[in-house]
Design a protein around this ligand. Structure first.
Ligand SMILES: [Zn+2]
Length: 66
């Protein structure tokens, strides 16, 4: 792999789809900015990427005490 990075590679930010230059100088790659990176991490943290669990609506209250 050549160390010469004069020919920059263009990528699209996965978050906002903005065209950015892939550079080792960019700590937020593959995102365009810290903002987009944090948004993506935030989605993971809040579980937006998780498969939603099905909760059957029984219409009943929890009353299993005896
Ligand atoms: Zn972005």
């Amino acid at each position: 792999m050549p160390a010469d990075a004069s020919k920059a590679r263009m990528v699209h930010c996965p978050q906002c789809n903005a065209a950015i230059r892939w550079s080792t100088d960019n700590p937020y790659r593959p995102f365009c900015s810290e903002r987009c990176k944090l948004i993506d991490l935030g989605q993971w943290a809040t579980g937006s990427y998780r498969i939603p669990q099905e909760e059957p609506d029984t219409g009943q209250t929890d009353n299993e005490e005896q």
